[in-house]
Design a protein around this ligand. Structure first.
Ligand code: SAM
Ligand code: SF4
Length: 440
């Protein structure tokens, strides 16, 4: 009997990449490959790369370097690279020069070509480097092998038109393209029929979603809210400049829309925001926060903040600290600014010295952690509905899951299953999670 071939996918970066990896897994499964958790014994390794986070690209090159040993010992081992980094010509050139043993390189716009690329590598024994420039269209109907049983990512749009001056995404993911509303609705209906309870709608700026029939993002949410079986709707990411009153209203109007918004602010300084090309001011952002809390008083607000953007002064940074204290973010992703080749900010003078960047970063994280702890403490004594995600490996009576406000809760309970909703009394809190007991 022929040996079944196996694959391993390593994914760096954001939810978009995770979702793309689900599609790659679907394509490989349709070709008859089976997933193998061990990268060194798999027949095919696909590395899905990220060019946004600096440590993701250095981790990628580390992993790739280690693969040479496997390739030397098993020449039939196929190594394929994809994702945002591969949409950058200088990266592809470096791969060709320094890692000539890589078999396949493809980009974010031609995932669907992977089966053909693999077939030709196997049958013609030649490498394939096929990256197509940012396209206009969307390829629908690709298979998918989902990571989770009861929650799913759903792309509603691709690309970005905002060109924040530090960001590589508009160059690697292309212009904004929205999926047809009916395609999204039928995908979500199928997910619900398959037992999915929670969906997360994905787009670089979901607020600028525009369906072919004119439906905007709030209308899409209203339609999805009516799908039986779906209990929770989340979305990310939302650009403050496009956050409409209609969408803010959806938090009180649509029962399934979770009370959580990820609203990246990036900086609290108006002059930095202007140089980042964000198109809002600190006052605009604070106004949005006020409206959100009026529409949904317990809403949790999370954010992204970049420290050390070119020209950021001590005063600019103090503005960021003061905004963080005023908003009281539930949590935040913090980034040290890093130059992305080809972006406008690459050419900005006045780079902030590394030492200053790190010192500011640590101060900011200290302030943000203090706020998270305080916000989490306020949950103690409340009963929260938790969608169960898993069971502890070491203590079978402990489970974990999230509140609709996206707080991670570890709780004691008699047997419950992933995907079940359980009422949990919150008994304790930390900076990053809550603890509780099922309210039985
Ligand atoms: N589209 C989302 C938005 O506008 O908020 C964010 C997408 S981006 C993939 C995720 C985060 O990476 C950004 O919000 C930003 O904080 C961070 N980021 C992007 N480019 C960066 C850079 N060159 N240096 C540091 N952080 C960066
Ligand atoms: Fe990048 Fe700005 Fe687009 Fe977000 S909105 S993906 S930060 S360019």
């Amino acid at each position: 009997m022929a040996k079944i071939k196996t694959y391993k996918i390593i994914t760096f970066g954001c939810q978009m990449n995770e979702r793309d990896s689900e599609t790659i897994a679907g394509l490989l499964s349709e070709m008859g490959f089976r997933e193998n958790p061990d990268r060194d014994s798999a027949d095919i390794l696909i590395i899905n790369t990220c060019s946004v986070r600096e440590n993701a690209d250095s981790r990628f090159f580390g992993t790739l370097g280690q693969m040479k040993r496997v390739k030397n010992s098993r020449p039939d081992f196929i190594v394929g690279l994809c994702g945002c980094m591969m949409q950058q010509q200088h990266v592809v050139d470096a791969i060709k020069e320094k890692y000539p043993w890589v078999d396949i390189v493809f980009g974010t716009h031609n995932l669907h070509e992977l089966p053909e690329l693999i077939t030709s590598v196997i049958s013609e024994k030649r490498k394939r480097i096929e990256v197509i420039p940012c396209g206009e269209g969307i390829v629908e109907g690709l298979p998918s092998k989902r990571l989770h049983q009861f929650k799913a990512f759903v792309n509603i749009m691709y690309g970005c038109d905002n060109f924040c001056t530090y960001c590589i995404v508009p160059f690697t993911r292309g212009r904004e393209r929205s999926r047809y509303p009916e395609r999204i609705l039928s995908e979500v209906r199928a997910l619900a029929a398959d037992g999915v309870k929670e969906i997360t709608l994905l787009g670089q700026n979901v607020n600028s979603y525009k369906g072919a029939d004119g439906a905007g993002f709030p209308e899409l949410i209203r339609r999805l809210n009516g799908i039986e079986g779906i209990e929770r709707i989340r979305f990310m990411t939302s650009h403050p400049k496009d956050l409409s009153d209609e969408l803010i209203g959806a938090f009180s109007e649509c029962g399934k829309l979770c009370r959580h918004i990820h609203l990246p602010v990036q900086s609290g300084s108006d002059s930095v925001l202007m140089r980042m090309n964000r198109n809002y001011t600190k006052a605009d952002y604070m106004k949005l926060v006020g409206k959100l809390r009026e529409s949904s008083p317990l809403i949790s607000i999370t954010t992204d903040i970049i420290v050390g953007f070119p020209g950021e002064t001590d005063e600019d940074f103090e503005e960021t600290l003061s905004l963080a204290r005023e908003v009281e973010f539930d949590s935040a992703f913090t980034f040290l600014y890093s130059i992305r080749k080809g972006t406008p900010a690459e050419r900005f003078g006045d780079q902030v010295p590394e030492g200053v960047k790190h010192e500011r970063f640590n101060r900011l994280v200290g302030v943000l952690n203090g706020i998270s702890l305080k916000k989490n403490k306020a949950y103690e004594g409340r009963v929260e509905k938790i969608l169960v995600e898993g069971q502890s490996k070491t203590d079978k009576k402990t489970y974990s899951g999230r509140t609709d406000t996206f707080k991670l809760v570890n709780f004691k309970s008699t047997e419950v299953h992933s995907g079940e909703s359980v009422d949990v009394r919150i008994t304790g809190s930390g900076t990053f999670s809550l603890v509780g007991e099922a309210d039985q």
